[in-house]
Write a protein that binds this ligand. Structure first.
Ligand code: PMV
Length: 317
């Protein structure tokens, strides 16, 4: 017998970042985070549980995958199988309509879509919170992609804190390389936890930034959200660098300087960077064209992608 479900999920970008995991396992972030789920960029994943299949298989963007990506997918499927008391192996076919190495958190949308499709295909009747826990154990940021708009992840709790239209925000991604990131976020977090003399300060400061950003968001104050988002990214990267790891390239810093020049010239533009060299510029909708024009001219910026706040993961078949 075959049981099929198809889910669609979008990447998300953290405005208040998390970095580091709680001790004791379970892949629980050490600090709260707040993200925006993106529209216009999608991962579509089809999961087919097949009683005849002898092993799980994964095809990503038309390419059969083995090794670590298949292993991580199997671990998620194992949690779903345990919950559904079933043993069938699954075929996973997943497609991103955006470049996988574009710094747009394809693992977040990937694990969100995989968790939702596999739960549905297994016949489990779980609420979004429970599906998010399945996704979080694979990739903590993936839990946030189950929900739409502006989403917080605090310990194991994930929820939408403001709808997608709470701010007239657009995200202009300045793509600075086509290569995959050299150090995964999981490895980078471990290096920071053990090596950075600033990790203790980050654990104290990140919740303060999170609360300030959350309050500004609820008041609909775009400028304060942007200011706190840039602070969060720089505090996180400062802490990471203290442990010896640098995710920025020269192009990242040039793009950051460009965003700051925009601010000096009166455009409310703010920067955020994740575990890679790309920069994401937060602007209001009317400033998108100016931000794209200026960022495209920065040496080392290959292209820009514009995204808006979007909806959470859902079943489409
Ligand atoms: O949960 P991961 O492994 O996708 O790591 C996410 C790390 C950051 O993107 C840098 C921060 C965040 O809160 O998303």
């Amino acid at each position: 017998m075959k049981r099929v479900a198809i889910a669609i999920a979008h990447p998300n970008i953290a405005l208040a970042k998390y970095w580091g995991k709680r001790k004791g396992g379970g892949n629980v972030p050490a600090v709260p985070s707040l993200s925006v789920t993106l529209e216009g960029l999608s991962t579509t994943t089809t999961v087919t549980f097949d009683d005849e299949a002898v092993s799980d298989s994964l095809v990503l963007n038309g390419q059969p995958c083995s090794g670590a990506p298949l292993q991580r997918a199997t671990e998620l499927l194992d949690r779903v199988r345990a919950r559904a008391a079933m043993t069938s192996r699954a075929e996973i076919v997943t497609v991103n309509d955006f470049p996988t190495a574009s710094g747009l958190a394809s693992s977040a949308s990937g694990f969100a879509a995989l968790a939702l499709a596999s739960v549905r295909a297994a016949g489990l009747d779980l609420d979004s919170q429970s599906v998010a826990q399945m996704a979080r154990e694979s990739s903590a940021s993936a839990a946030r992609s189950l929900f739409g708009g502006f989403v917080e992840l605090d310990g194991e709790i994930v929820r939408t804190v403001a709808p997608r239209d709470a701010l007239s925000m657009r995200i202009v991604v300045a793509v600075t390389t086509e290569a995959a990131k050299p150090v995964s976020s999981t490895k980078g977090m471990l290096a920071t936890e053990t090596e950075s003399p600033f990790y203790g300060a980050w654990l104290e400061e990140a919740p303060v930034i999170f609360s300030a950003l959350r309050a500004a968001l609820i008041e609909g104050d775009f400028v304060r959200v942007g200011e706190w988002a840039e602070r969060s990214a720089l505090a996180m990267h400062g802490c990471i660098m203290g442990g010896g790891l640098v995710y920025f390239s020269g192009a990242t810093l040039d793009a950051l300087a460009c965003v700051r020049q925009m601010r000096q010239s009166g455009i409310a533009a703010f920067a955020t960077m994740d575990a890679g060299p790309h920069l994401k510029c937060l602007v209001r909708q009317p400033d998108v064209a100016a931000a794209c024009e200026r960022l495209t001219k920065v040496p080392g910026v290959l292209r820009v992608i514009v995204a808006s706040p979007g909806e959470g993961a859902r079943i489409v078949g």
